[in-house]
Design a protein around this ligand. Structure first.
Ligand code: NAD
Ligand code: GLY
Length: 365
């Protein structure tokens, strides 16, 4: 097992390793009070919820534990699902020292974290990520949110978890498409700030794509180290944390424009949308004279090797995508604020991107 520590008030650990969901003492060690809500979705709960609940009950027989299962998928990361989670906390009689355990991918993690942030103005949340994407990104750093029809993650709160426990064995049941989607966020860390990690991903691409435990464990730990370092320095995204959004302004616009339907076959899931978004950010950087085209080509090659999309899906209206981008949370004073790059490993924030150049790119892509 490896542990990455995230600085903060309070600091918290990210434990990464096989079999951790069966470690009742580790799971229960983070429950301060006598109430716990295990929140999961209807894909993950049948696989893992019983084992987690049993481990918790064995370690803490006095714990009043309820299990709440939401429907799986981005289209359910809604205010309605949030309200149902809040209802479950109320039915449990959860007091201020209660703990929410978020067992699932980023959808469950974001929604459970937001419910924990709001219940009685804030209770503990322990993240138990079961997708690669959640292990390397969404479970760490305390961004919690739900989507609304007008935009992604527009309602939420910063609420860091009390702990992250990533059981890498759960990746064995993850659909191949979701593993690849998680690799997009792994590539992001190399692309935004670590050319050596990017080169390592190129070298290990076959092992990663095959889901080899050794390669995945290394990718998860290195990604978590990057994320921990950045959110430790800038927990509330007042500066460099925005770099973690490389590709996200474009990606979120695509997801929202597709009606968060990525769990269906024809629309992109979050990681896939981020892959397209990173390529768009790289292409725009080249158009603006910031970065060499060769680096964009290298990024595209790696994403293709992971079988990830790099083009905007057919049928999306460029003007509508741009309108979505105007509602991005990074924007200030009505200006489009984008994360672009000067090449692999050198992302930077461009505070006032020229909308006409962005629109040209969207039309062209
Ligand atoms: P997800 O939660 O929808 O999970 C993907 C699919 O895999 C779902 O159908 C889920 O039920 C299933 N699944 C999960 N674990 C499984 C397992 N071990 N075995 C079998 N099936 C499993 O999607 P995701 O990619 O994990 O997360 C995407 C979400 O994360 C988006 O909403 C995005 O906005 C959010 N996100 C948040 C942050 C953050 O900082 N808070 C960062 C990145 C992404
Ligand atoms: N995933 C972007 C962030 O955590 O800031």
């Amino acid at each position: 097992m490896r542990t990455v520590r995230v600085a903060g008030d309070p600091p918290y650990p990210i434990d990464i390793g096989p079999g951790l969901l069966r470690d009742g003492a580790r799971l229960a060690g983070h429950a301060r009070g006598r109430h716990a809500l295990l929140l999961s979705d209807d894909h993950v709960a049948p696989l893992y919820a019983e084992a987690v609940a049993a481990a918790l009950r064995e370690a803490r027989p006095d714990l009043r534990l309820a299990v709440h299962v939401m429907p799986a998928g981005e289209s359910h990361k809604t205010l309605a699902s949030f309200a149902a989670a809040i209802d479950a906390l109320a039915a449990l009689g959860a007091t201020r020292d209660a703990t929410v355990y978020a067992l699932g991918g980023g959808v469950v993690g974001d929604l459970a974290g937001f419910a924990a942030a709001c219940w009685m103005r804030g209770i503990d949340c322990v993240q138990l990520p079961t997708t690669l994407l959640a292990m390397v990104d969404s479970s760490v750093g305390g961004k919690t949110a739900v989507d609304i029809p007008r935009g992604k993650n527009l309602v939420g709160a910063f609420h860091p978890p009390r702990a992250v426990i990533a059981d890498t064995t759960t990746l064995h049941t993850l659909p191949a498409r979701e593993l690849r989607a998680g690799l997009a966020e792994v590539v992001k860390y190399g692309a935004l700030g670590d050319p050596l990690f990017f080169a390592w991903l190129e070298a290990e691409r076959d092992a990663l794509l095959a889901g080899e435990d050794r390669a995945l464990a290394e990718a998860i730990a290195r990604s978590c180290e990057h994320k921990a370092a950045i959110v430790g320095r800038d927990p509330l995204e007042q500066g460099e944390r925005a770099l973690l959004n490389l590709g996200h302004t474009f990606g979120h616009a695509i997801e929202a424009e597709q009606g968060y339907a990525g769990d269906g076959r024809d629309a992109l899931v979050h990681g896939e949308a981020v892959a397209v978004g990173m390529v768009l950010a790289a292409r725009l950087s080249t158009t603006l004279g910031l970065a060499p085209a060769a680096d964009t080509a290298r990024l595209e090659r790696l994403l293709h090797a992971f079988d990830l999309p790099t083009r905007i899906p057919a049928g999306l209206d460029p003007e509508a995508l741009l309108a979505r981008m105007r509602l991005d949370k990074k924007n200030l004073a009505g200006r489009l604020r984008l994360v672009l790059w000067r090449g692999i490993g050198q992302a930077e924030i461009v505070p006032d991107a020229d909308e006409s150049r962005v629109l040209d790119l969207l039309r062209d892509a």
